[in-house]
Design a protein around this ligand. Structure first.
Ligand SMILES: Cc1cc2nc3c(=O)[nH]c(=O)nc-3n(C[C@H](O)[C@H](O)[C@H](O)COP(=O)(O)O)c2cc1C
Ligand code: SF4
Ligand code: SF4
Length: 252
């Protein structure tokens, strides 16, 4: 049995995790958002995977939080990561290896899957190409995992941990009361429980993983995703295979 933990805001990572699970067979897909609620997570599988979006060259804080609670009981588990990103994963692999070291483990293999960016925008055509190549990118990873290929990630990451490694709202994500209809979708998709409705309007706090699920799923253009003008009102992105309920179901 292979356990694959996934986290997603706009579907790139969930659809990648599903493709991996289909290709490998015998996998258990586990949402990070629900697993992380436990005080400790005992993982017995011989092979354990993590599929998540890259945030500023790191894993999202919710994924780091999960790993820092994990106890791996297999003798030498094969631990792999398939980060999805818009093309610049930076020191993400080394950081993951360093984090796993605190759990007495090593990262065995990490291979990125390039996907449309849900934050900064790529050059025209790049996102479409990445989406079209998702299947072949995953197909190329499957034999590496099947043969338990390993690589070395022990070279220390020189950059400091990204601001996204801890929950905060450094991007200044806000809901605009005039446009908010109080539909509650942002509250439902938020993996951090960081959005509440007060008097029928969404209010966003500082326990934010910067995942941008609220921005991309709000049906009313009511959420600003950044203080940076060039991306504050960028167009919405959702992976074409993903439904709102898939994102909400991560909490179950
Ligand atoms: C806050 C934030 C930071 C990001 N930082 C990076 C980055 O450093 N490098 C990169 O290539 N993509 C970056 N991205 C893009 C996402 O990693 C990418 O779109 C990912 O596939 C989204 O996954 P999801 O659809 O499963 O949520 C960032 C996205 C967000 C929201
Ligand atoms: S999803 Fe948008 S419209 Fe709905 S409650 Fe949230 S901010 Fe308001
Ligand atoms: S407030 Fe928005 S960006 Fe922050 S964690 Fe919740 S859904 Fe993600």
């Amino acid at each position: 049995m292979i356990s694959i933990y996934y986290f997603t805001a706009t579907g790139n990572s969930l659809t990648t995790a599903r493709r991996l699970a289909d290709g490998l067979g015998g996998c258990r897909l586990i949402p990070v958002v629900s697993a992380v609620r436990h005080k400790k997570i005992v993982e017995e599988a011989e092979a354990v995977g993590f599929v998540f979006p890259v945030y500023f060259s790191d894993a999202p804080c919710i994924v780091r939080d999960l790993i820092s609670k994990m106890i791996f009981t297999a003798e030498k588990p094969y631990i792999f990561a398939v980060p999805t990103c818009r093309g610049h994963a930076g020191a993400c692999h080394q950081r993951l290896d360093q984090l796993l070291m605190t759990r007495g483990q090593k990262l065995s293999l990490a291979v990125n899957v390039n996907m449309p960016g849900n934050s900064y925008i790529n050059e025209p055509g790049v996102d479409e190409k990445h989406l079209a190549n998702q299947d072949s990118s995953v197909q190329a990873i499957l034999p590496l995992i099947r043969s338990r290929e390993t690589r070395d990630y022990s070279e220390p990451a020189l950059l400091p941990l990204a601001r996204t490694a801890w929950p905060n709202n450094f991007r200044g994500i806000t809901a605009e009361a005039d446009k908010c209809t109080g539909c509650g979708i942002c509250e439902e998709v938020c993996p951090m429980g960081n959005i509440v409705l007060r008097e029928g309007k969404a209010v966003i706090g500082d326990n934010c993983s910067t995942c941008l699920a609220c921005f991309h799923w709000c049906p009313n253009e009511a959420i600003w995703m950044s203080k940076q003008e060039n991306i504050a009102r960028r167009s919405k992105y959702r992976h074409p295979e993903i439904k709102l309920q898939d994102v909400i179901n991560q909490k179950n």
